[in-house]
Unconditional design. Sequence first.
Length: 119
Amino acid sequence: MLIGELSRRTGVRTHQLRYYEAQGLLKPSRSAAGYREYGDDAVVTVNRIRNLLGAGLSTEVIAFMMPCTTGPVPELKPCPELLDGLRARLQALDAEIDSLTRSRQALADYITATERPGS
């Protein structure tokens, strides 16, 4: 199938599909005329990519993880590098959450102090 058909079947815009290709996540073949040609398995691959992006993973991490994934959900095989990458991303998210929590509390304290009578 051509890129337009893959876009229609997955709901992902063609420029995003080209980006996934540039990141090494999709590997279409080329027709004699130079058009990208995707197999039916590309639909599953795109759905897998979208689900992993939805989990907050970067395309760089996803490219690293792809050999350890199967199915559209995806299902993850217990590859050591996969677990290391997932744990690192979880630690980064925890650090971001902690930072945002501190920022939120500081902002709430400023609001409270500003709203006090006589301030």
